[in-house]
Design a protein around this ligand. Structure first.
Ligand code: GUN
Ligand code: FE
Length: 454
């Protein structure tokens, strides 16, 4: 019996630090039966040839072809799975109107499990095909349909973190779409947590329950307090929207005379396992509270361009030691691809730095030191997401899960513009970041299992 379940040979890209890419040229990656990277072996290592001789010709051995590269699978920290059914539509109106006109009516349809099955099957497969190996999902208020989403992640092999959404305030939510009352919302959440923990036992990659108050405006004080208690009792992840738009941010200020961050903290909802979406209007004390509690930010650059007309200062929050990952925010963000969100994160950050009103003198424009590079945006989509979730994912190195995508730069039908076989490897990395599409993602692996082939 061979020692490793799988042995891969090829060149990989992974973040060494937020600003630097580590390139392992022609390394071997030894994967154990738990789907973890047990060893990475350099070509000059004494064992390299021995391992090749042992595994070559067996079913366990996989060698990349010329022009193919390994990258960590993406970690999408903010996805509304039901909203996949309206992606690409209705982005021309403000958040509050969008929720009431389009989104709540759509989400209310997930009481129908047949409809839920169709949409959830498709969104999980689509995200896998886009290289997303881990996703933090909002489902809907419906307990059964939310559990169905977790089951679909489990069976397709995606590392899904799933929340049954809580909207328990009858004054703030439409009668056709909300929890019946606060005690039902909390009881359903508790049953959901227990059911997903049970389901997780039968998976290799793990699925996780997430305590999910939609955002402060949709919840009562008792609801928020009860959810904080459930998160502590079961040591679960927590997700919500935090200081997203002027409207949502202003609503919380009026109700609690403080910002979202401190209000959420008062209810026990900022924990090491908390991920808050958007965070456009965090001030310095809010950011420090995030760093102190281990709360992470899901940066959703495409969505923020529409609903918040805003760019979060990633560089500034990183300097304050806040963990940050990337989120698609389907369908507030129209794209299921974190490649698209990487590109938008870079472009938005440059606009923030240089300012939009070019009639102003240079010193009055924008916010200095806002720019991030494509390397930093890649970090957010991979290692930053893994750190935000405190899971060993998002990097290709020992003791991390084998969650990878295989990128093919020489696909005849979608060749990337690489004309020189000796092209600098860092330039190839950048071309992949800016030009790769789902066609270029030939294989996706989660925890040592192949979950997508093209
Ligand atoms: N705030 C409350 N609900 C939502 C939602 O579904 N999407 C976004 N972007 N913001 C929200
Ligand atoms: Fe959202």
């Amino acid at each position: 019996m061979s020692k490793y379940m799988l042995l891969f040979q090829g060149t990989s890209f992974s973040s060494k630090s937020p600003k630097e890419i580590q390139v392992l040229r022609d390394y071997l990656y030894c994967i154990n039966t738990d789907g973890m990277i047990e060893r990475v072996v350099a070509p000059e290592d004494a064992d390299y040839q021995f391992l090749l001789d042992t595994y070559q010709g067996t079913d366990s051995f996989h060698r990349l072809e010329e022009g193919q590269y390994f990258m960590p699978g993406f970690v999408d920290l903010h996805v509304h799975a039901p909203q996949w059914a309206q992606s690409g539509t209705a982005l021309d109106i403000p958040l509050y109107d969008w929720l009431n006109t389009y989104t709540f009516p759509l989400e209310s349809k997930f009481s129908d499990l047949e409809f839920a099955q169709k949409v959830y099957d498709d969104v999980v497969s689509t995200l896998l095909a886009n290289g997303t190996t881990t996703a933090l999902y909002f489902a809907t208020v419906h307990k059964e349909a939310s559990l169905l989403l977790a089951q679909i992640c489990a069976s397709k092999g995606q590392r899904g973190l799933v929340g049954k959404v809580v909207m328990d305030d009858p004054e703030q939510n439409p009668d056709y779409y909300r929890d019946a009352d606060t005690s039902t919302a909390l009881a359903d959440t508790e049953e959901f947590i227990i059911a997903v923990k049970e389901l997780a036992k039968a998976t290799k990659q793990g699925v996780y329950p997430v305590v999910t108050p939609r955002f402060i405006p949709s919840c009562t004080d008792e609801g928020l307090k009860g959810l904080g208690e459930l998160a502590a009792k079961y040591d679960t992840y927590v997700q919500s929207h935090c200081s997203e738009s002027d409207w949502a941010h202003g609503y919380v200020k009026d109700r609690f005379q403080k910002n979202d961050a401190f209000a959420l903290h008062d209810f026990g909802l900022l924990r090491d396992k908390s991920v808050m979406a958007h965070c456009n209007f965090l001030d310095d004390p809010d950011a420090e509270l995030f760093a102190d509690t281990g709360t992470a930010i899901a940066h959703c650059p495409i969505s923020n361009a529409y609903f918040a007309n805003s760019v979060i200062p990633v560089a500034r929050f990183h300097a304050k030691n806040v963990e940050i990952g990337l989120g698609s925010d389907l369908s507030g963000g129209f794209s299921p691809s974190l490649f698209d969100n990487i590109r938008q994160a870079v472009m938005s950050s440059r606009m923030l730095e240089d300012g939009v009103n070019t009639s102003l003198p240079a010193e009055a424009r924008g916010v200095p030191e806002s720019r991030i590079t494509v390397h930093e945006a890649f970090y957010l989509a991979t290692a930053g997401g893994g750190e935000s979730l405190s899971l060993p994912i998002g990097r290709i190195q020992e003791n991390y899960a084998w969650d990878v995508q295989v990128i093919d730069t020489r696909l005849p039908s979608a060749k990337l513009p690489i004309f020189d076989e000796f092209e600098d490897i860092q330039d190839i990395f950048q071309k992949i970041m800016y030009l790769a599409r789902p066609e270029h993602i030939r294989e996706v692996w989660v925890q040592g299992e192949k979950v997508h082939t093209r």
